[in-house]
Design a binder for this molecule. Sequence first.
Ligand SMILES: *Cc1c(COP(=O)(O)O)cnc(C)c1O
Length: 388
Amino acid sequence: MKTPYYVIDQNELDENFQKLKLALETHWSNYIIGYSYKTNALPWVIRHFDRLGCYAEVVSEEEYRLAQKIGVEPDKLIYNGPIKTKETFLEAIRNGCVVNVDSHRELDWLDELPQEQRAVGIRVNFDIEKMCPGQSQCPEEGGRFGFCYENGEFARVVALLREKGVRIAGLHLHTSSKSRGLDIYRAIAQVACRLQREFRFKLDYIDVGGGFFGGLPTKPQFDEYMELMAGILTEEFDQRRTKLIIEPGMAVIGAPVQYVTTVIDVKDTQFSRFVVTDGSRTSIDPLMTKSSYFHTFQRQGSNPAVPKQIICGYTCMEHDRLFVAKDEPALQPGDQIIYHKVGAYTMCLTPLFIRYFPDVYVRRSGTLFNVREAWTPEDYLTKSILEE
Ligand SMILES: *Cc1c(COP(=O)(O)O)cnc(C)c1O
């Protein structure tokens, strides 16, 4: 099969997903799982999560329309983020979607709905760094989403919504963190309880967002996250009345995806040995933030070890270097390097740079099915106008 390509291991994906469901059934059986489109919106992937019973968690007009196009039921969407368009915002509320407000203009748009249709959740901005020192993404400047609890903005929004006769149906507490640790979810559940005590809501749901680990044996397990949160939420909420919404992305699509590449050449210079492959760092680490990757080799033969081989990608950028193999058998053309756990924030962020989108296969019970053909120059040209 022609490399490079991604492989989605469906059996692994499904088994991991069942663990997530079991954890929810066990600890808070009244729940919704919203699959985070932005994490990987490959059409096969979003359809598969729809078939598994997930809602579509979308954060733009495009994602909202994409969900409708692939057949998601009109009310099985969770619409988040600060850049919703007015048309889709109002439509989503009319359709009975879960809609969490995250900007002032949305509060104004609510005036256009008849009184009985007015129901939204509120995205909460709170000081996660104070509760979990060293674990938040922006320790100095704080998070930028939601309405701030500490400066009184959240309370003003609650008062305004009540004045407008808008029912506050839920709280949205998604917080992306550096740690993805249990502390983050303890803090989220505590904030939900604190707000409930202070504002006496009648909530349909607590949406704790995504940001979990999943499918990694050395990291927190779904059961631990859910047990921890349920133990705290139960102080203020009744699981028969209030749903727990989670919005996983990475935790459900990160681990079961691999990226398969082939060595195409080996070159020595005065300084180093470079192993050129047909894959690219942009395909598994588009933001160029990681320094190591889970990987395995599939070798043609057994060569003696060499002290240092620098594994490189195809992009003709000097820093498209994936990793250094130290004291490993010499790689040769035809050997494969397979990267593991690369399903989140990869395919969807890969640029159309030098080469185009690669093939994607699904592996089910040992057989591979193509679910996205590699893009060709013809695909690249669609929508472009060569001469105006
Ligand atoms: C990105 C995002 C998610 C998913 O985050 P993961 O880290 O991929 O689990 C869920 N909800 C919201 C609102 C997001 O922005």
